[in-house]
Design a protein around this ligand. Structure first.
Ligand code: AHR
Length: 607
């Protein structure tokens, strides 16, 4: 394998090449990275007709001791449903009667940690509520406090810190009382106090994202942006402002309710916290089963979203952002107009309306079309075009050459969704990660026409595997990276690096894929990295010869990092989270002429 590391033949890879695609799918956000422990916190999930289902809330007590139903008495006009609880027992059972919320498949309550409870209540008479964190059967008490509610016809905001005196991974929040009478409850939130930067994100999941060194974050979908029906599409406007005032919505694309605590603002905040450029995918008039035609559609809603992100502190929407705690504009420079909607009848017309309005108001914003510009030139203006690819390992391995023969002019590709998977069904095996690694070496080589790429989906809550596989699997308290996640960490230094031409003996063209970069470490040293995927069942001995190496390159001990396992079908799991993960060791024989051993089914990175 020959690497031409000379400056004259090197090409800079875009700073944005590798990033992440965060979709609200598989409970990635609600019950995922968004640390809120209560599900259906405003009792809105059952719909507007009352009484409605209060799932996953349940009742503590029986028909003779308590009556619970929803009504439309909330003090919040955008989410009008509240809970009316009538305590019938004068001599209630010990612990009282009331309601409990199990969160998302149980709350992870940890010994010594603080939890912040906020809720709204109304009672015409003075009363008391006991709030407690308990085991799923209510028998183990982890923390509790009594809150006085003053009798008034107004709603009162109640706040209580709870400190856990034990650990239980499947806990619940209970709100009970012993006092006969009627009390209304609404907007009940329980947040752990140790979220990332205090911004409400689960720290351990953020940490896994940081390790990918993402240069951009595409959000919030995917199909989540469209919904099956437009009434269930993501609406940014309803997801900003005080959390208590957000109506929440049923995301019918993936079949679950979200309180929208993780809203448009929080997505922008998460991108900023990750040091990733936000890419806002907005709905331009399409759900899976409907379209708004071009004569009817108007881009004003999206212009408002851009003003929210970037507008001055005294602009209408900029001031909403300021009130939420972010006076500085967010650095929003990319938007995608729709998701997978190119074939829809009104897409072109709608696209052009949004495109011209955004271009006029925000000339620097890069706009991404849903139409595939790799097969034929686009017939509309765009800075980039979306390219989604899911397929088996053979398909992804072959697609490493997809962009080799493409025209070098015109809008660049944003490979915003790629994975070895078949329509949401698949396993995150070593084989999948090898095929994907090969595909990414092809994107590095073609990074003059491919500007960005992200794996999809990013997260799976183990309790909701709507779309498998994903890069990171988690439950309420554990997480692990799949081989595809670990594979991506080996590309973490590629964005902004220089890519070098590589040539390989053609006998290996069906089993090997390779690329070479030089990347800058923080200490200003640059390193040559040669990555080689061996998807074949035989080991391979190669001579890697490098020419044109700059003397300043390789000033530390060289290393080799290998991602492999015994079987191609090997995966990671909660029981064995590190079964397939990269191992790094020193490389004593590094040099311009170097013997390289590539084990069968392996991805090797020589640094
Ligand atoms: O990544 C899962 C889904 O695949 C996305 O929501 C959609 O864009 C694609 O079809």
């Amino acid at each position: 394998l020959k690497v031409d590391a000379s400056q004259k033949n090197a090409r800079k890879i875009p700073d944005t090449l590798f990033g992440i695609f965060f979709e609200e799918i598989n409970h990635a956000g609600a019950g995922g990275i968004w640390a809120e422990l209560v599900s259906n916190r405003g009792f809105e999930a059952g719909g507007l007709n009352t009484p409605s289902s209060i799932e996953p809330w349940s009742i503590i007590g029986n028909e003779s001791s308590i009556s619970v139903e929803t009504d439309r008495s909330s003090c919040f006009s955008r989410n009008i449903i509240a809970l009316r609880m009538e305590v019938l027992c004068g001599d209630c059972p010990a612990g009282g009667v009331g309601i409990y919320n199990p969160g998302f498949w149980g709350m992870n309550i940890e010994d010594g940690k603080n939890y912040s409870l906020v809720m709204y209540a109304k009672s015409l008479e003075n009363t008391e509520l006991i709030v407690s964190l308990t085991s799923s059967d209510g028998l183990q008490n982890l923390s509790s406090a009594t809150i006085r509610v003053a009798g008034t016809s107004n709603w009162t905001k109640l706040e209580q810190k709870l400190v856990a005196k034990g650990t239980n991974r499947t806990s619940r929040l209970q709100i009970t009382t012993n006092k006969k009478g009627v009390i209304w409850l609404d907007q009940i939130s329980l947040m752990p106090s140790d979220t990332y930067k205090g911004h409400g994100f689960r720290k351990e999941l953020v940490s896994m994202l940081l390790d990918l060194k993402p240069r951009f974050m595409r959000f919030p979908g995917g199909c989540f942006v469209e919904g099956d029906w437009l009434r269930n599409a993501f609406r940014w406007r309803e997801s900003v402002g005080p959390w208590e005032e957000r109506p929440g919505h049923f995301g019918d694309a993936w079949g679950y309710w979200t309180d929208d605590g993780l809203g448009y603002y929080e997505f922008l905040q998460l991108s900023e916290d990750l040091g990733a450029s936000p890419i806002w995918v907005f709905n331009n008039g399409f759900s899976h089963y409907e379209e708004v035609n071009t004569t009817t559609i108007a881009p004003f809603d999206i212009l408002d979203s851009l003003e929210f992100a970037r507008g001055s502190t005294n602009s209408t929407w900029g001031s909403v952002r300021v009130a939420m705690g972010h006076p500085e504009p967010f650095s929003l420079k990319y938007v995608t107009i729709g998701n997978e909607d190119c074939s829809k009848k009104s897409y072109h017309g709608n696209y052009l309306k949004f495109h011209s309005a955004i271009r006029e108001a925000y000339p620097d914003i890069q706009m991404i079309s849903n139409c595939d510009g790799s097969s034929k030139p686009l017939d509309h203006p765009a800075d980039l075009y979306d390219f989604h690819v899911y397929g088996d390992s053979n398909a992804l391995f072959s697609l490493r050459n997809k962009f080799d023969s493409m025209s070098r002019s015109g809008p660049k590709a944003f490979v915003s969704e790629y994975a070895v998977s078949s329509n949401g069904v698949g396993r995150a095996t070593l084989l999948a990660s090898l095929a994907e690694a090969a595909f990414l070496t092809g994107l590095e080589k073609n990074s003059d026409v491919v500007q960005m790429a992200s794996y999809a989906p990013l997260f799976i809550n183990d309790n909701d595997r709507s779309w498998s596989p994903a890069a990171v699997v988690f439950n309420s308290w554990q997480q692990y990276g799949t081989p595809s996640y670990w594979m991506q960490t080996i590309f973490g230094e590629s964005s902004g690096a220089e890519v070098h031409p590589v040539t390989m003996n053609s006998i290996y063209s069906n089993s090997l894929a390779a690329s070479a970069i030089t990347w800058q470490a923080t200490n200003n040293n640059s390193f040559l990295r040669v990555k080689i995927v061996n998807i074949g069942s035989n080991s391979v001995n190669l001579i890697v010869s490098t020419t044109g190496l700059d003397a300043s390159v390789n000033t530390r001990k060289s290393t080799v990092t290998i991602l492999t396992s015994k079987n191609l079908s090997d995966e990671n799991s909660f029981i064995n989270p590190t079964n397939v993960m990269p191992v790094t060791r020193e490389l004593p024989n590094a040099g311009e002429e170097m013997f390289a051993f590539l084990g069968p089914y392996s991805f090797t990175s020589f640094d």
